[in-house]
Design a protein around this ligand. Structure first.
Ligand code: GDP
Ligand code: MG
Length: 181
């Protein structure tokens, strides 16, 4: 059925975080519905497109996967340019990858501001929750408070392997992007 008021949105979404936390796997799970346990470092910049029906509208998410450059712990302004949302990912089995989260957030916010002066909506992903060894509970980190203090709109325990909470996290991000437009 044709709808004259049908709106389309295209959003550039960044997926950042330390090497090996599962960024590529999360994108693969979300977009291609599969998972491979074999480690393969991404080379270059990868894009994947996810199309969502959102109420009466179409939302296209262009997911940007950083590719080897995460070794340096920061990205160029050019890479961040015109992004509308971000996932910052850490690995619940590796405390150092959680320590890096605030560095990634600072790098992002220092290099990218929306035209309204705000920072882009960012969701925190605690990935590999299927592994059980949860650095957060072990260290008594209060995630709600951490998100408030560090400017995350939400957080999710995810597993690319078991397909846990990835759709939910993406919906949360899209909701916040649309609300801020
Ligand atoms: P990236 O460097 O952040 O892109 O990380 P990758 O997506 O390449 O994943 C690094 C390794 O972690 C690979 O061996 C993946 O199979 C594994 N991995 C990614 N996500 C998960 C997950 O949710 N659970 C488990 N158990 N392993 C995962
Ligand atoms: Mg990768």
């Amino acid at each position: 059925m044709q709808n004259n008021h049908h709106k389309e949105h295209l959003y550039k979404i960044l997926v950042i975080g330390d090497l090996g936390v599962g960024k590529t796997s999360i994108i693969k799970r979300y977009v291609h519905h599969n998972f491979s346990p074999n480690y393969r470092a991404t080379i270059g910049v990868d894009f994947a497109l996810k199309v969502l029906n959102w109420d009466q509208e179409t939302v296209r998410l262009q997911l940007w996967d950083i590719a080897g450059q995460e070794r340096f712990g920061n990205m160029t302004r050019v890479y961040y340019r015109e992004a509308m949302g971000a996932f910052i990912v850490f690995d619940v089995t590796r405390p150092a990858s959680f320590d890096a989260v605030t560095k990634w957030k600072e790098d992002l916010d220092s290099k990218l501001t929306l035209s309204n002066g705000k920072h882009i909506a960012t969701v925190l992903l605690a990935n590999k929750c299927d592994q059980g060894r949860d650095v957060l509970t072990n260290n008594g980190i209060k995630m709600e408070q951490f998100c408030q203090e560090n400017g995350f709109v939400g957080w999710f325990e995810t597993s690319a392997k078991e397909n846990i909470n990835i759709d939910e996290a993406a919906n949360c991000l899209v909701k916040h992007i649309i609300a801020s437009e």
